[in-house]
Design a protein around this ligand. Structure first.
Ligand code: PLP
Length: 428
C-alpha cells in the first residue's frame, strides 16, 4: 500500500497539533510507523487519503456498532442541524433519549448526559463521593476510565495504602485517594476495603475490561464485588462506556445479572458524536445539581445533534432484538477462524472474546488481568498489526485494545480477515 498523502498530512499535523493527533493512541507510537489519515467511511470499510480501503475493526473505538455512516443516524443529525446546532436550553429530544435509555438498561431511573466517557466517569465518581461523603475510591490496574486526574494512577509501593500518579500533572494529593486493585482478584479488593474501612466511596471498574485487550470477568468476580460493596457499604460503579448498548440492550448488567449502583456510558450511546452519560436510581441521581448538592454541568451537554445521533442509534438497537446475538455469532466465527490459522501457523496466542468484543494476545498464558496482558509479546503484535494493515485490515494500533465488530461486517469480510491473518502469520 502507498501512504504518501497520509505521510504528508501527518507531517503538516505535527507542526500544529502535539504529536500530530488529538488523542495519543492514534499516533501509532505503540506499534511504530505513521498513522493513516482517513478520508471517509461507509459500512464496514474505511478509505484513507491515498485511496486505500480497509475492513475496520476499530469503528471509532467502539461507537459505530451499526457501521460507518449508518443512514438513520446521519439523517437524524442532518435534519437536526438545519434547525440549529445548540441552544443551551432544555429540549424535548433529551427527554426522549433519556426515556429510551432508562427503558433499555436495568436498575436505572435517571440519566445525565455529558460530552465524553471521561466526563461520565469523572462525574459518576464525584457523585459517589458526594453521596457517601467519603473521599477514597478503588479502581483496577489496567481499567481505563478516561483521562481525568483520579484515574491516571498506578499502583504505589504499598498497594493497600494508595496509588501514585502515572502522568506528570496529576498531584500526589489526588493519587492518595485512588486505591489500586487487581482485576479478577477479589482478595485484592477485600484487602483494600478492610484497610480503609469507612473511607471508600466507590469501586469503579469496566465490568468486562476492554482496555487491556478484552478481559471478561472470571466466574463470580462481579458477584463477589457486588457482595463486598454491600458488606462494606460502598457504591459499585460499572464503567460501561465500551460495553453499554454493545453487549446487550442493557449492557453488562443485563448480560451478567449483576447490578451496579451507578453506570457510565459513552461511545454507542452517542452514535459517533461526542456523548457520555451516567445513570443510577432516583435517590443517587437526585444528589446532583440542581436537585442536590453535587455540582455537575456542561455548555454542550445534551446537544441536539448529539442527542439526535444517540436517539437514532438506540432506537435501532431497541427495535432489533436479534442484533446482539448476530454480532456475537460473527465474533465467534472470527475467533474460530483466527485461532485455526494461528494454530496452523504455529503462533502462540490467547484469544479473549465476549459478545462483539475480541482481542488477540500473543501470550502462552491466559490473559486475565493487566500483568498477564502486559506479559504478551509486543514485538509479535507489532508485526501482526502492520501485516494486517498492509493487507487492508484495520485493527487498533496497540496490543492493549479490543477489536469491535459491527453489524455492517459480512461473513465475506470475516473470511477476508481470517485469510489476511493466515497470510501475515505464515511469515512469523
Ligand atoms: N471508559 C472506558 C471503558 C473507555 O474505554 C473510555 C475510552 O476509551 C473512556 C472511559 C473514556 O471515554 P472518552 O474517550 O469518550 O472520554
Amino acid at each position: 500500500m502507498i501512504y504518501k498523502r497520509s505521510s504528508e498530512l501527518f507531517a503538516a499535523a505535527k507542526k500544529v497539533i502535539p504529536g500530530g493527533v488529538n488523542s495519543p493512541v492514534r499516533a501509532f507510537n505503540a506499534v511504530g510507523g505513521e498513522p493513516v489519515f482517513i478520508k471517509e467511511a461507509k459500512g464496514a470499510y474505511l478509505y484513507d487519503e491515498d485511496g486505500n480501503k480497509y475492513i475496520d475493526y476499530i469503528n471509532s473505538w467502539g461507537p459505530l456498532i451499526l457501521g460507518h455512516a449508518f443512514e438513520p443516524v446521519v439523517n437524524a443529525v442532518v435534519e437536526k442541524a438545519k434547525k440549529g446546532t445548540s441552544f443551551g436550553t432544555p429540549t424535548e429530544i433529551e427527554t426522549a433519549i433519556a426515556e429510551l435509555a432508562v427503558s433499555m438498561v436495568p436498575n436505572i431511573d435517571k440519566i445525565r448526559f455529558v460530552n465524553s466517557g471521561t466526563e461520565a466517569c469523572m462525574s459518576a465518581v464525584r457523585l459517589a463521593r458526594g453521596f457517601k461523603n467519603r473521599e477514597k475510591i478503588i479502581k483496577f490496574a489496567g481499567c481505563y476510565h478516561g483521562h481525568s486526574d483520579s484515574f491516571l494512577i498506578q499502583a504505589g509501593s504499598g498497594a493497600v495504602t494508595f496509588g501514585t500518579p502515572n502522568s506528570p500533572g496529576v498531584t500526589e494529593g489526588t493519587a492518595k485517594d485512588t486505591l489500586l486493585a487487581d482485576y479478577n482478584n477479589l482478595k485484592s479488593v477485600e484487602n483494600l476495603l478492610k484497610a480503609n474501612q469507612g473511607e471508600i466511596a466507590c469501586i469503579i471498574l469496566e465490568p468486562i475490561a476492554g482496555n487491556m485487550g478484552c478481559i471478561p470477568p472470571k466466574n463470580g468476580f462481579l458477584e463477589g464485588l457486588r457482595k463486598l460493596c454491600d458488606e462494606y457499604d460502598v457504591l459499585l460503579i460499572f464503567d460501561e462506556v465500551m460495553t453499554g448498548f454493545r453487549l446487550a440492550k442493557g449492557g453488562a448488567q443485563e448480560l451478567t445479572g449483576v447490578n451496579a449502583d451507578i453506570v457510565c456510558f459513552g461511545k454507542v450511546i452517542g452514535g459517533g458524536l461526542p456523548v457520555g452519560a451516567f445513570a443510577a436510581r432516583h435517590e443517587i441521581m437526585d444528589h446532583l445539581a440542581p436537585t442536590g448538592p453535587v455540582y455537575q454541568a456542561g455548555t454542550l451537554s445534551g446537544n441536539p445533534l448529539a442527542m439526535a445521533a444517540g436517539l437514532a442509534m438506540l432506537t435501532e438497537l431497541d427495535n432489533r432484538p436479534g442484533i446482539f446475538k448476530s454480532l456475537k455469532e460473527k465474533t465467534e466465527y472470527l475467533h474460530k477462524g483466527i485461532a485455526g490459522v494461528l494454530e496452523k501457523n504455529g503462533v502462540t496466542h490467547t484469544i479473549n472474546r465476549i459478545g462483539s468484543m475480541i482481542s488477540v494476545h500473543f501470550s502462552e498464558e491466559p490473559v486475565v488481568d493487566f500483568s498477564t496482558a502486559a506479559n504478551a509479546n509486543n514485538e509479535t503484535f507489532k508485526k501482526f498489526f502492520h501485516g494486517l494493515l498492509e493487507n487492508g485490515i484495520y485493527i487498533a494500533p496497540s496490543a492493549f485494545e479490543t477489536w469491535f465488530l459491527t453489524d455492517a461486517l459480512t461473513y465475506k469480510d470475516l473470511d477476508a480477515t481470517i485469510a489476511a491473518v493466515d497470510k501475515v502469520t505464515k511469515e512469523f
